[in-house]
Every structure is written in structure tokens, then in C-alpha cells.
Unconditional design. Structure first.
Lengths: 118, 503
């Protein structure tokens, strides 16, 4: 029990990642796939933030009375990863719009049927 | 002064020119900028290669921050070789691009197309040069995002779904890689590759390190389209605009394979890798990829899809060489990296010329076209022979090396598979030649374009010139192997050096 509670943040992160992965694989709707992808990426962002947290540490700003600081590097890295994630999501949705215009549907099974007909 | 900053200029130059190209938004100007930028990058990467050819390593500290805190660009023969491939193919593709892009891309989008192309180019160069593993991830995403956008510009609507699949799978791969990097960071507290390799050596048996290793390799394997993670590749390459197929088929997967090699030897170490299951897995997957890719290639009804499946097979040769984990095997892999870039780019260029002529490259529509376009056809044959591995072409050099490496390791099954792979290559190349040369032309008009009409009567000079340049290089490097061989060998020496090449 202690093992589970002690690593509760990691369990939640794993749960988030699995929800994201499952959504991506199981849903035929392209928009839901993108949602799954975003959830998966959010899981990774939380993973990094958890890595940098030092118990009892504060924000890494030098000030009197504080000796322990959290590691700021993972947070900086995740700023970059968030930007990348936003760009990916935006591009994905742009593609979905174009697919809707070209095919008239965003359901993967219908898209596959239409592709194999031609 | 310029000399010192060469390594970073390679990345900064296209990074500056891409937004300028997008903002100027002038089609012709965009092409000139692209050609000039890629040519300058080629010159710089040749200078870099000469600088490191005697075995030393260039360290460049970005912004003067000393590694492992700052981002470091670290260049040895291996990086320089891959950077040379990327920039060389970049120049050839830009030369080829002008008329092909005018023909395939909407006039209002041409400038943006070139800007995106430059971004993709810069991302791939960045991956080659950086010595910081998180920086590598960022460049990976820059190049991937640019390539999703480029692929989606294809004229067939299937390009959209192909691009979307690539986006989902590519992002998944990159995110796996990112998790792996995070876990490696958790185990060591550093992101600098050289620093990582030292610290990972100390904590080899930690569970965390095994997980990080698995995630990094699987993530990159997705990007490199290693069988069975190749599913995004055939559609993406066959529905993208010709220029994009040429550039991506010759560079994107190669760069991903470079990252795998770098991770195996310089992030994790030879001692670590040799004790894992991975070498056997790579060898077997390489063998399966060769057979599967070649067999699927035979069954295709379109030239570009056939070439794409052939790429899956050729990637099999490269990872098999890595799987042997010997100097001979790795030399063969690196040679094939370079050689395959030349021949696959040439073949996709030929396909692009057919598309320029008749708007499509399915076998039905290009019947007998070889007789109408003898020069294109001749150049294509040289590249196709190279794909089979006929002596006197580059394909022979690398396959011969790989065969020797397999015999040295006494992997007899793999020896047979390599030979069968070449036989299957003969089958699909012959099929292509038969369609192009021996079958009668059925339809003169395809999609409203009269073949032999004034507008499409001649292949544009720039396109043919780029194709012939690569085809002749296929022969040149097949006969004179000094440059490629010595570079590949010195890269392998550095990979196997006990100190991880830290000089």
C-alpha cells in the first residue's frame, strides 16, 4: 500500500498515458485520436515535472531562509515540449479540416473504405 | 572566425532563411533562396567533414555555456557524414524542385512550400549535429512537423490521410523517445550525450535505465520505419509531392537510423548493448524487412509505392549491419546509408519526371514511356541497377560489405536472406523496366495531357540535370570508394573507441 501511495503521482501519470494510448488506438474518429494524443503528451509533461520536484524544495529562486530548491531544468524542457505539443495538435486539426473537406467524413473506417474503392 | 562557427551556422542559416522566405512570399525568389541556402550548407558540411576526417572531434558550445549545462554541438566523422548526405540531397532536390513544384503545387503556396522545406532541412541537419539529447528531440519535431505539412501538399487526397497517419505515429514515436530521455535524465541528471554515456555506465543495472533504453530505441525505430513499425512509410512517400518523396526517402529515415547508432554507442555503450536482446532483434527484423519489403514491392501497381516498399527492404540491410555490432557490419550500414540515399533519390526523381509528363506514375499510365524519355530512362536504369547491387554501382559496395560482415559472424541464414533480397530486387526492377520499355503505349493522353505536346514535350533541364548528377554519383562512388569508405571507417573507429570518442 505504501508503495502505491508513495508513488501516487507516477501511477496517475501511467494511467493518463494509457488512457491516451487506448483512445488513440480504439477510436475511429480522427478528432478523438488527436484528443488521445494530447492526453498522452500531457502524461509525459507531468512525468518530467514529477522528476524535477524535490520534497520540501521551493521554486528555484535564491532567497533568504530557503536552502532546498526543485530542479528547474525539467520545467524548462517541458515549456519546449508544450510548444511542440501545441504545434502538433494544431497541425493535426488542420489536417482533419482538410480531410473533412476532401472526403466529407472524419471516421477512419469510412475513410479507409473510400480509399480502397478508388 | 567563420571557421569556428561552421557547425552552428549549418543550422542557423536555414533557420533564418525559412521565415524570410515565408514572409517574402514570392515563388521564384523562394526557390533561389532555397537553392543558395542548401548549397551553402553543402559547402559547410564538406568543410566540416574535411575538418574531422583525420579523427578529431569538434566541440561547439552554444552561447558559451560549458557542457554538460549548456547545449553542445559535437561533430565527428559520423555526424559529418550524415550531415553531408542531408545537405547533398538537399541541393540536388532544390535544383530539381523548381519545375516539379511549379507543376504540382498551387501557385499561391509555392513560397510557403519552400519555407517548410527549409524547416525540414534544418531539422534534419540539427539532429545530425547536436550533442544534446533533448535538443535532438526538438530538432526531430521540427523536421517531423515540417514533413507532415509537406506530405499533406500532395495532389491526391490520400496524401491527407497518409500525412495524418504519419503525424499520429510520428508523434507517438517522438513522445516515446521523450519518455526515454526523461527516464535517462532521472537516472543520471544530465542531457549531454557524452556526459550521459559516462554516467549510464555507472548505473547499468538499474531498471530505469533498461526502460529508458527500450523507449528510446522503439521511438526512433518508429521514425526510421524499421519493420514492423514501417506502416506510415509507403503511403506517405507515394502520395507526397515528388520533391518531398525524393527528399524524405533519401534523408528522413537515414537520420533516424543515425540517431539509433548514436544512442547505441554513445549514449548507451557497446558493453551495455551487447548484453541486451537488441542485436538479435535488429538482425532478425532486418532480415524480415528485406524479405517483406521486397515481396510487397513486387506486388505494387505504382512506381512510387514500389520504391517506398523497396525502401522498407533497404532499411532492413542497414539495421542488420547495426545488429551485427561489429566494425565490418557498422561500416556496411554507414556505407549503405550514404549509397541508398543516392540511388533512392535518383529513382524518386525519375518517378517525378514521369509524373511531370503524365501526371501519375502508376504502371498502367507509364507503359512504354521509357522509349519516349530515353535519357530519364537511362539514368533510372543506373540507379535501379544500383538498387539490385550490380558491381560498378554503389549498391554493390555496401551489399558486398554487409555480406562479408554476415559471413564473418557466420550468420548463414542472413547471408542467404541478403542474396535472396538482391534476387527479389532484380524481379521488381525488371518489372519496372518491362513496363517502361517493353510494353506498348496504350493511351497517348492521360488526364488531358497530350504526351509530346509542346508544354510537356521535354523534360525540364534542371530536373534532368539533378537526376543525372545523382545517377553519375551512383557510378562514381561505386568505383571510387575512397572517400565514403574512409569516412565510414573513421566513424566506426570513433564509435568503437574505448573512451567513447571523447578527445
Amino acid at each position: 500500500m505504501d508503495y502505491i501511495l508513495g508513488h501516487i503521482n507516477y501511477w496517475i501519470i501511467i494511467l493518463l498515458m494509457m488512457i491516451g494510448l487506448y483512445t488513440m488506438m480504439s477510436k475511429p474518429n480522427l478528432i478523438k485520436k488527436m484528443a488521445g494524443l494530447s492526453v498522452f503528451q500531457t502524461g509525459v509533461i507531468l512525468l518530467y515535472i514529477s522528476l524535477g520536484k524535490v520534497t520540501g524544495g521551493t521554486a528555484p529562486i535564491v532567497a533568504e531562509g530557503f536552502t532546498e530548491y526543485s530542479n528547474p531544468l525539467p520545467q524548462v524542457l517541458m515549456l519546449t515540449a508544450i510548444v511542440v505539443g501545441v504545434a502538433t495538435t494544431a497541425l493535426g486539426f488542420a489536417l482533419i479540416v482538410r480531410i473533412q473537406e476532401a472526403y466529407g467524413t472524419v471516421e477512419e473506417d469510412e475513410l479507409e473504405k473510400m480509399d480502397s474503392e478508388v | 572566425m567563420i571557421d569556428q562557427h561552421l557547425s552552428v551556422l549549418l543550422v542557423v542559416l536555414p533557420l533564418l532563411s525559412a521565415p524570410i522566405t515565408a514572409m517574402l512570399n514570392r515563388a521564384n525568389l523562394a526557390w533561389y533562396i532555397t537553392l543558395i541556402v542548401t548549397s551553402l550548407c553543402l559547402v559547410m558540411s564538406v568543410m566540416l567533414l574535411l575538418d574531422v576526417s583525420s579523427g578529431q572531434v569538434i566541440h561547439y558550445e552554444l552561447g558559451g555555456w560549458a557542457p554538460p549545462w549548456g547545449i553542445e554541438y559535437r561533430i565527428d566523422s559520423l555526424n559529418a557524414l550524415v550531415a553531408l548526405i542531408v545537405s547533398g540531397i538537399g541541393v540536388a532536390t532544390s535544383l530539381y524542385a523548381k519545375r516539379s513544384v511549379e507543376n504540382e503545387i498551387d501557385a499561391t503556396q509555392i513560397a510557403l512550400f519552400y519555407a517548410t522545406f527549409q524547416l525540414c532541412f534544418l531539422g534534419l541537419l540539427g539532429i545530425c549535429l547536436t550533442g544534446d539529447i533533448f535538443n535532438l528531440f526538438v530538432f526531430l519535431e521540427i523536421s517531423s512537423l515540417a514533413s507532415y505539412a509537406l506530405i499533406a501538399m500532395g495532389s491526391n487526397r490520400k496524401a491527407l490521410t497518409a500525412s495524418f497517419h504519419y503525424l499520429v505515429l510520428g508523434t507517438l514515436g517522438a513522445t516515446f523517445f521523450l519518455i526515454g530521455v526523461g527516464l535517462a535524465f532521472a537516472a543520471t541528471g544530465t542531457l549531454n550525450m557524452a556526459d550521459l554515456s559516462v554516467k549510464l555506465l555507472e548505473s547499468q543495472d538499474v531498471q530505469l535505465v533498461h526502460t529508458a533504453f527500450a523507449l528510446i530505441i522503439v521511438g526512433m525505430a518508429l521514425k526510421a520505419a524499421i519493420y514492423p513499425l514501417h506502416l506510415w512509410l509507403p503511403n506517405a512517400y507515394s502520395y507526397a509531392p515528388s520533391v518531398v518523396s525524393i527528399f524524405l526517402s533519401a534523408t528522413a529515415t537515414k537520420v533516424a537510423i543515425y540517431v539509433i547508432i548514436r544512442s547505441l554507442f554513445h549514449v548507451f555503450s557497446y558493453e551495455y548493448v551487447v548484453n541486451t536482446l537488441l542485436p538479435e532483434v535488429l538482425i532478425v527484423m532486418g532480415g524480415v524487412a528485406i524479405l517483406y519489403g521486397s515481396l510487397r514491392a513486387i506486388n505494387q501497381t505504382g512506381m512510387r509505392k514500389m520504391l517506398a516498399y523497396s525502401s522498407v527492404a533497404q532499411i532492413g540491410y542497414m539495421i542488420m549491419g547495426i545488429g551485427f555490432l561489429t566494425k565490418a557490419g557498422l561500416t556496411a550500414s554507414l556505407l549503405h546509408l550514404f549509397n541508398h540515399a543516392l540511388m533512392k533519390a535518383a529513382l524518386f526523381m525519375a518517378a517525378g519526371l514521369f509524373i511531370y509528363r503524365v501526371k501519375t506514375a502508376t504502371f498502367e499510365n507509364i507503359k512504354g514511356l521509357g522509349r519516349e524519355m530515353p535519357y530519364t530512362f537511362a539514368a533510372m536504369i543506373i540507379a535501379a541497377l544500383s538498387l539490385i547491387g550490380v558491381p560498378g554501382t554503389v549498391g554493390f559496395v555496401s551489399k558486398w560489405q554487409l555480406l562479408q560482415a554476415a559471413i564473418e559472424q557466420q550468420h548463414w541464414t542472413m547471408v542467404i536472406i541478403i542474396l535472396i533480397g538482391s534476387l527479389l530486387a532484380i524481379v521488381y526492377v525488371w518489372k519496372l523496366i518491362e513496363v517502361l520499355y517493353f510494353q506498348q503505349r496504350e493511351k497517348i493522353r492521360v488526364h488531358g495531357v497530350q504526351s509530346g505536346s509542346e508544354e510537356f514535350g521535354r523534360s525540364p533541364l534542371t530536373m534532368s540535370a539533378a537526376l543525372w548528377m545523382l545517377a553519375l554519383m551512383c557510378v562514381y562512388f561505386g568505383i571510387n570508394t575512397d572517400l565514403t569508405m574512409s569516412t565510414a571507417q573513421s566513424a566506426v573507429e570513433i564509435l568503437f573507441a574505448a573512451d567513447g570518442g571523447q578527445r
